[in-house]
Design a protein around this ligand. Structure first.
Ligand SMILES: *[C@@H]1O[C@H](CO)[C@@H](O)[C@H](O)[C@H]1NC(C)=O
Ligand SMILES: *[C@@H]1O[C@H](CO)[C@@H](O)[C@H](O)[C@H]1NC(C)=O
Ligand SMILES: *[C@@H]1O[C@H](CO)[C@@H](O)[C@H](O)[C@H]1NC(C)=O
Length: 288
């Protein structure tokens, strides 16, 4: 009896090793791990694959996606945003499942005229439904250095983090009938494009094309504890349910504090408190 459960345990551990460890590599390589999906002539891979640069000019933006698709895990990317007069530019960094009822987790960086602050807009789509925007100012200039933008995604919740500091939580409230992204694997995407009809001061500040090309840079991608999905989402979910990382997913006290700190000092828009759009706050709002 004991040996059969030991065997079972070993098998699970072996599969976990295969699924989880295979996904985290110590150094990211943009040639190996990503594909260019928009305007290859405007995408540069530098330093033996350790950096990628997107560009936008008056004829096109550009974009890339990961070769792997992920379900759950900690997914990090370091990004340095378009410097100088970036008004009207949008750098979108997101997880996305290509399907009709798609899931999507968005970081959208809205540029600004020189010296004025970027806005970071986040959004969550689950089963095709979005309209869950939050907007905040950052506590640093995101164009001076690389900063780490992360998604920590497990069956209980999704945390958005900036340099390891949680800025947003989306709890799993399927129990209240709110959709949660856990049925579809998502790829990692980023695109740089012209959003000057809406992005900066609601569209008042247009792109100054004399400043083109606009450049955003990426490095140090990592997907740790992520389940790399090659079609079999179900198996990934089962493995995740067995995994130890499932056990300590309670939101830590300091995470609560940082969410409060961000809300109090940096948040400028929250769909949960937009009484015009949502006279009754959506049910998940009470838990996030
Ligand atoms: C785009 O920019 C290039 C370089 O500045 C310029 O030569 C060209 O005329 C511009 N094209 C359009 C359609 O504005
Ligand atoms: C740009 O700067 C203006 C003026 O400080 C500010 O109102 C706006 O929120 C900033 N960001 C964007 C993306 O519009
Ligand atoms: C991030 O990437 C840079 C080069 O692209 C490298 O020098 C640095 O060590 C990396 N940092 C981490 C934490 O992996």
């Amino acid at each position: 009896m004991a040996s059969s459960s030991t065997l079972n345990f070993n098998l699970v551990m072996l599969l976990l090793f295969f699924f989880f460890v295979s996904s985290s590599s110590s150094s990211s390589s943009f040639d190996r791990d990503f594909s260019i999906i928009w305007a290859p002539d405007r995408v540069k891979i530098l330093d033996q694959g350790s950096q990628l640069q997107l560009s936008l000019d008056n004829t096109s933006g550009s974009g890339f996606t990961s070769k792997n698709k992920y379900l759950f895990g900690n997914i990090d990317m370091q990004i340095k945003l378009v410097p100088g007069n970036s008004a009207g530019t949008v750098t979108a960094y997101y997880l996305y499942s290509e399907s009709e009822q798609h899931d999507e987790l968005d970081f959208e960086f809205l540029g600004n005229v020189s010296g004025q602050p970027y806005i970071l807009q986040t959004n969550v789509f689950a089963s095709g439904k979005g309209e869950r925007e939050q907007r905040l100012f950052l506590w640093f200039d995101p164009t001076q250095d690389f900063h780490t933008y992360s998604v920590s995604w497990n069956p209980q919740h999704i945390l958005f983090l900036v340099d390891g500091i949680p800025i947003r939580r989306y709890a799993n409230k399927e129990s209240l009938g709110v959709a949660f992204p856990n049925n579809e694997a998502m790829g990692v995407y980023s695109t740089l494009w012209n959003g000057d009809s809406w992005a900066t001061r609601g569209g008042l500040d247009k792109i100054d094309w004399t400043q083109a090309p606009f450049l955003a840079s990426y490095r140090n991608f990592s997907a740790s504890s992520a389940c790399v999905v090659n079609r079999n989402v179900h198996k990934c979910k089962q493995l995740w349910a067995h995994s130890k990382s499932n056990s300590d997913q309670q939101l830590q006290q300091e995470q609560h504090q940082s969410l409060d700190w961000v809300k109090k000092n940096f948040m400028i828009y929250d769909y949960c408190t937009d009484a015009q759009r949502n006279p009754t706050p959506p049910p998940e709002c009470a838990f996030n």
